[in-house]
Design a protein around this ligand. Structure first.
Ligand code: CA
Ligand code: CA
Length: 113
């Protein structure tokens, strides 16, 4: 499965590069990025889950997203290039999973669904 891992990483970089032109997910700094950790406190919790619908509502109402590119990458957990209620519900579900003793990373958790 070594090749699958390398391919997935390369594909992710390509997708992110195409979506958020100024973000370089392949840089050393971006490796610290934790999927779903919108506020960057190294934990995925209810704060992250509530930040997503708040921003989604603002953008839907014609306002500019307050998220940085890094936050957008963290928030778009299903990587469909949209930050919406689907991402919010997945962050919340993952937080619930962690709260009940779950040990998988967010990526592994999503793969297990
Ligand atoms: Ca967080
Ligand atoms: Ca999304």
């Amino acid at each position: 499965m070594r090749f699958k891992g390398i391919f997935s990483f390369a594909a992710t970089c390509a997708i992110i590069t195409g979506t958020y032109a100024t973000a370089n997910l392949c840089s050393a700094e971006s490796k610290k990025l934790l999927l779903g950790d919108v506020d960057g406190n190294s934990q995925v919790n209810s704060v992250d889950a509530s930040a997503v619908p708040a921003d989604y509502a603002a953008v839907s109402g014609g306002k500019t997203s307050k998220f940085t590119n890094k936050q957008k990458i963290a928030a778009d957990v299903n990587k469909d290039r949209k930050i919406d209620s689907v991402d919010a519900s997945r962050i919340l579900a993952y937080y619930a999973y962690l709260s009940t003793g779950g040990k998988l990373s967010f990526e592994e958790y999503l793969d297990s669904l």
